[in-house]
Write a protein that binds this ligand. Structure first.
Ligand SMILES: NC(=O)C1=CN([C@@H]2O[C@H](COP(=O)(O)OP(=O)(O)OC[C@H]3O[C@@H](n4cnc5c(N)ncnc54)[C@H](OP(=O)(O)O)[C@@H]3O)[C@@H](O)[C@H]2O)C=CC1
Ligand SMILES: CC(C)(CO)C(=O)C(=O)O
Length: 293
């Protein structure tokens, strides 16, 4: 397949390095320097022997003639991307954490699928990625893709880099959202690795309260979801969450489309969510990436 990947950060590079071994992969980036590096050196990954050659372009150069677009930019960039004049002859796969993008997608004139990434990845420069946690990517139809999605997944799937089909996009994204709304803000506020959810009883207590609030809003079973939070915190215990990494690298976090999404869905006040959102905004302010509104 001819695949366009929009965004070459941690997840974009990870997809590029694996998919580029079997497909004609084109990376769409916004910096000329990154484009040149990708074109001349390909993508390197710590667990793969050779670099994967790819073609790179500026994202302003997106054109028709592709079989699939994969969007790996952060949530807060999705709106601006959708305002571009996007090619409409191929489907789009959106891999963002959170659920803030769904409303924007339902108003866009494109066929789309949404997915959750259960790999850990860390960009180490413009064309290098560390594959820090092996997992899979789950995909569900969002709009106008009904039968097509299964054959897309069959083409993308390999044993070393698996893709799976999920029937219900809401359930898939809600499961991931609960994990992110509990683990991400707490690890970022306290500057701790994911294991703190299990090893620090004070943090664990707040984590459980966040989980309870989120389950109430999303109508999920607290005991099942809490067990999943514990399981993921255990499996990723040595990871720094993406929110903690964003703050350390002086970038805006995805707090508004993760925890903010849950708060906005709730008819009742959610004190723990309200607090962690304000705390992350305060940390973003200290990093110089948020102004006071
Ligand atoms: N990293 C991980 O392990 C996981 C991440 N996710 C999710 O995946 C998504 C991507 O995360 P991640 O890869 O970590 O994020 P990164 O910040 O590492 O990468 C995002 C990339 O998008 C680029 N970008 C932004 N806007 C545009 C644009 N308009 N055109 C082209 N490129 C653009 C940025 O470019 P520039 O460098 O120029 O700023 C950056 O390289 C997020 O929603 C995250 O929550 C989910 C699970 C795990
Ligand atoms: C699962 C988890 C919490 C792993 O770090 C993640 O998705 C993230 O950091 O965004």
């Amino acid at each position: 397949m001819k695949i366009g990947i929009i965004g070459a950060g941690s997840i974009g590079l990870l997809l590029g390095v694996y998919l580029g071994r079997a497909h004609d992969v084109h990376m769409f980036v916004r910096r000329e320097g990154q484009k040149e590096k990708l074109n001349s050196e390909g993508i390197l990954c710590d667990v793969l022997e050779n670099p994967t050659p790819v073609n790179a372009h500026l994202s302003s150069e997106m054109a028709s003639g592709y079989d699939l677009w994969i969007v790996t930019i952060k949530q807060h960039g999705v709106e601006a991307l959708l305002e571009q004049n996007l090619p409409t002859d191929a489907p789009y796969l959106f891999l963002q954490n959170g659920m803030g993008h769904l409303e924007k997608l339902s108003n866009a004139n494109i066929s789309s699928a949404v997915g959750v990434v259960e790999h850990g990845a860390l960009a180490e420069g413009d064309n290098k990625v560390a594959h820090t946690g092996r997992g899979n990517i789950q995909i569900a139809n969002f709009s106008h893709l009904a039968g097509e999605i299964v054959s897309l997944i069959e083409k993308l799937h390999t044993i070393t880099f698996p893709f799976y089909y999920r029937k219900d996009h809401q359930m898939m994204l809600k499961n991931k959202l609960i994990i992110n709304t509990v683990i991400n803000p707490l690890t970022a506020v306290f500057g701790q690795k994911n294991r703190c959810i299990l090893t620090n009883p004070y943090i664990q207590k707040i984590a459980f309260q966040l989980c309870e609030e989120a389950c109430g809003v999303l109508d999920m079973d607290i005991s099942k979801e809490w067990s999943r939070v514990e399981e993921i915190a255990g499996k990723t215990s040595e990871n720094q969450s993406s929110m903690l990494k964003d703050l350390k690298e002086h970038r805006l976090t995805e707090i508004d489309s993760i925890s903010g999404y849950i708060l906005n869905q709730s008819p009742l006040p959610l004190p723990c969510h309200q607090f962690v959102i304000s705390a992350i905004h305060a940390l973003e302010y200290e990093e110089g990436v948020r102004s006071f509104e």
